[in-house]
Design a protein around this ligand. Structure first.
Ligand code: LMR
Length: 395
């Protein structure tokens, strides 16, 4: 009936399947952005286990959640984004809905934007998370990109970025990574955020901030600095949050979409369309992940434990960056990998070609996304020597 060719495998999740099928004992997965601890496991945080125990004991119904999900989750998300007591919260200028993961948040945002700005073009960083383009094209938007990564310096292409920003048309949608840019690990600097704020004001641009890694770069507050440049400029923004990484709740699919508007009334109106979009996709969100996050953030002891566990994930990832750079410096002088120490979050571009990536897979059972992005959080004390030896060989 359906005369269809095979759809291409997903560049990230498809790679996980190939990795799982590999039976080599020393295989290394640096593909999908999932945190692994020093033993190579993706742990369930202690704060999560304690919250789940509490929920199991106290949950009394499986009735539907309202369309925007667990109400307390909205309050806690806004405190994470803006800081407790921030004027935006006090003035009621933000509204938040629970979504199935950060991907769900982006898709809800896309459907909302179809109502609010149907003629706009969506602008993505080049490169960006592989799924961004698919999400906005699936919603029906034309997608273009702005320059971001400079291969020669392994850093931010400030000139190209500024020039491309000038070319974005009135009313267009700009997708920004709040921190821990996926896939490059290179974040926007203060000057770039200020340039976005200026352009957004001048041309009524819609900024959608993808905030999938809050706490993985500098910390919960440091990672929202760029977002606050936009907020301090008085801009209306959309923020897609994910709790997959910072709470380790990948399989629970938990995220939020937040609309910040100029007035409380505008926020209420916009949010009514967010809710209408949700109703037409999945009606209301599943409860468990939202309740876990709300339970943790609503309890001072659990929240303190979570902040500690998040700091541990952040510092282990940073330590693995340093260990990799050291390991490569000890082995070769062809490439100076120091740039990796200046990147943030889970990902880095190693600067490898597709051919080198494929060689690492075939010869060493090391799985890296085709773009050359590695998940630094997949490096462990047990696999680092194998990894550095193998990368040295392909340079
Ligand atoms: C990644 O970029 O690897 C993660 O965000 C997982 C995904 O859904 O692609």
């Amino acid at each position: 009936m359906f005369q269809l060719d095979l759809a291409p495998a997903d560049p990230i999740l498809g790679l996980t399947e190939t990795f799982k099928a590999d039976t080599h004992p020393d295989k290394i997965n640096l593909g999908v952005g999932v945190y692994q601890d020093a033993t190579g496991k993706t742990p369930i945080l202690k704060a999560v286990t304690q919250a789940e125990t509490h929920l199991l004991k106290n949950e009394s119904s499986k009735g539907y959640l309202p369309i925007p999900g667990v109400p307390e989750l909205a309050t806690h998300t806004q405190e994470l984004l803006f800081g407790a007591g921030h004027a935006i919260i006090q003035e009621g200028r933000a509204r938040t809905a629970q979504t199935p993961g950060g991907t769900g948040a982006l898709r809800v945002a896309a459907d909302f934007l179809l109502r609010a700005a149907p003629k706009a073009t969506v602008w993505l960083s080049n490169p960006s998370w592989a799924n961004h383009q698919a999400i906005f094209e699936a919603a029906g938007f034309p997608v273009k990109d702005y320059r971001y990564y400079d291969k020669a310096s392994q850093g931010f292409d400030s000139e190209g970025f500024m020039a491309d920003l000038e070319g974005v048309a009135e009313g267009d949608i700009v997708i920004l990574h709040s921190c821990c840019h996926n896939p490059s690990g290179i974040d926007l600097d203060q000057t770039a955020w200020e340039a976005i704020a200026t352009q957004a004001k001048a041309k009524n641009l819609i900024c959608l901030v993808d905030f999938a890694y809050q706490g993985f770069g500098e910390g919960l507050e440091g990672d929202r600095a760029g977002l606050h440049v936009l907020l301090d400029a008085g801009l209306s923004v959309l923020v897609a949050s994910s709790f997959s990484k910072n709470f380790g709740l990948y399989s629970e699919r938990i995220g939020t979409i937040t609309v910040v508007e100029e007035t409380a009334n505008d926020a209420i109106n916009a949010f009514s369309h967010v809710q209408a979009a949700i109703r037409a996709i999945y009606s209301s969100p599943p409860a468990h992940g939202g309740k876990i996050v709300a339970t943790i953030l609503g309890d001072a002891t659990l929240k303190a434990l979570w902040i500690e566990e998040l700091a541990e994930m952040r510092s282990r990832t940073k330590a693995m960056r340093q260990a990799f750079v050291q390991g490569m410096t000890d082995r070769q002088q062809v490439v100076d990998f120091d740039f990796i120490n200046h990147q943030k979050g889970m990902f880095s571009f190693l600067g490898l070609t597709q051919e080198q990536v494929l060689k690492l897979r075939a010869n060493n059972h090391i799985y890296i996304v085709g773009s050359g992005r590695i998940n630094v959080a997949g490096i462990t004390p047990a696999n680092i020597d194998l990894l550095c030896d193998a990368v040295t060989k392909v340079l």
